[in-house]
Design a protein around this ligand. Structure first.
Ligand SMILES: [Fe+2]
Length: 314
C-alpha cells in the first residue's frame, strides 16, 4: 500500500525563486537562506519519495477573483509553470500522478471534503519554490525527481478554510493514500508563511516568537494549532500569515507523534520569515521505511481490505 513517510513545511517566498533563477544563491544575503536547506536536500535524496503531495496556494496564476476554489486538487498528468508577470519560471513542467490523485479525490470527497478536481492547471512559485528548496535547482529541460500532486488552498480571499478543517483534510488525505494499493512512498509538503504582511500600515511585520511557537506546536501539539482562529493569525503573523493554515493539512496527514528531524528558521527573505521543518512518521516512515522494509502485517491487511475504484479525469 502507499504510505506517507514524512511531512515537510516550507515557506514559498517568490524572491527565493528569483534568487535561484538569477544565480544569486551564493550572495551573502541569500546564502544565509539556502544554506538552511542543504541538509534538507540530503534528506530528500535519501528519502527518494515516489510521489510528493504539495499543499500550496495559487497567487492569481491559475485562478483569479473570478473563480476561487477552497481546495483544488491537481489530477492532470502535467502542470506547466505559470507566467507570474516575468514569464514562467525556468523550471521543468511538473509531472503529476493522475491515478493516485484521482484516488485521493474519490476517497476525500466521499469522506465529505468537497474538493475541486483540476484536470488542467498551471502552478506558480507557491509550489515550485519549495520544490526547488528540497530538490535543488533543476534545469527546465530536465525532470523533477518524482511525480507531484498539487493541492491548491484558498488563503488569498476571505474566507479561507479554518485550521481545523485543514487539519482534518490532512487526515482524510492520509486515509486516501493508505487505501491506494501500490507500494508508494509519499511525502507531503505544507507551504507558505511564516509571518509576513506585504501591504498596509503593518507591511514588513515579522513575529519570530509566534513563528517559533507555531513550529514547536506543529511538531508536538498540532491539535492546539487547529483551534487557532483566523483573526489570531492575522493579528500575530500578519495578513499573509494566514498561509500557515496550509501546514496543518501536512501535519494532519502524519502520525499524532512524529520525529522532528530538521528545523530551520531565518529572517528575513524579501520581507518574510522563512520557516522549514521535516517531520517523519514513526510507524510508516522514518529510516525503516526509507530502507524499503516491507509493510507490517497490519498494513498489508488494511491494503487488502481496500478496493479503490479509480475515477479518471477527462
Ligand atoms: Fe504565498
Amino acid at each position: 500500500m502507499a504510505r506517507i513517510i514524512a511531512g515537510i513545511g516550507s515557506s514559498h517566498v517568490p524572491a527565493i525563486g528569483a534568487a535561484i533563477d538569477n544565480g544569486k544563491t551564493e550572495e551573502p544575503y541569500w546564502k544565509r537562506v539556502f544554506s538552511g536547506f542543504e541538509k534538507s536536500q540530503a534528506w530528500m535524496r535519501e528519502a527518494k519519495p515516489d510521489v510528493a503531495i504539495v499543499v500550496y496556494n495559487d497567487h492569481a496564476s491559475a485562478f483569479s477573483v473570478e473563480m476561487i476554489p477552497t481546495f483544488a486538487l491537481g489530477c492532470a498528468a502535467q502542470f506547466p509553470p505559470a507566467d507570474e508577470g516575468w514569464g514562467p519560471r525556468p523550471v521543468p513542467v511538473v509531472e503529476g500522478h493522475p491515478a493516485l490523485a484521482s484516488h485521493i479525490a474519490q476517497s476525500v470527497i466521499l469522506d465529505e471534503f468537497d474538493l475541486t478536481i483540476c484536470n488542467k492547471m498551471e502552478v506558480d512559485h507557491g509550489m515550485t519554490v519549495p520544490m526547488n528548496l528540497l530538490f535543488g535547482k533543476i534545469d527546465k529541460n530536465s525532470h523533477w525527481p518524482c511525480p507531484v500532486i498539487p493541492l491548491a488552498v484558498n488563503v488569498v480571499m476571505y474566507p479561507p478554510p479554518t485550521g481545523h478543517r485543514c487539519y482534518m483534510l490532512g487526515k482524510a488525505i492520509r486515509k486516501a493514500v493508505e487505501s491506494y494499493p501500490d507500494d508508494l512512498k509519499v511525502v507531503i509538503f505544507g507551504t507558505g508563511g511564516l509571518s509576513h504582511q506585504i501591504s498596509g500600515p503593518r507591511a514588513g511585520l515579522i513575529n519570530s516568537k509566534w513563528d517559533k511557537s507555531f513550529l514547536d506546536n506543529l511538531s508536538k501539539a498540532p491539535r492546539k494549532l487547529a483551534k487557532i482562529p483566523h483573526v489570531d493569525y492575522m493579528r500575530e503573523a500578519g495578513a499573509e500569515g494566514i498561509e500557515m493554515v496550509m501546514w496543518l493539512i501536512m501535519r494532519g496527514a502524519l502520525d499524532d507523534k512524529v520525529d522532528e528531524v530538521y528545523r530551520f528558521y531565518t529572517v528575513p527573505a524579501s520581507n518574510t520569515a522563512v520557516g522549514h521543518i521535516i517531520l517523519e512518521n514513526r510507524k510508516r516512515g522514518g529510516k525503516a521505511a526509507r530502507k524499503g522494509k516491507p509493510a507490517t502485517a497490519k498494513h498489508k491487511r488494511a491494503a487488502a481490505r481496500a478496493k479503490p475504484t479509480q475515477v479518471r479525469g477527462r
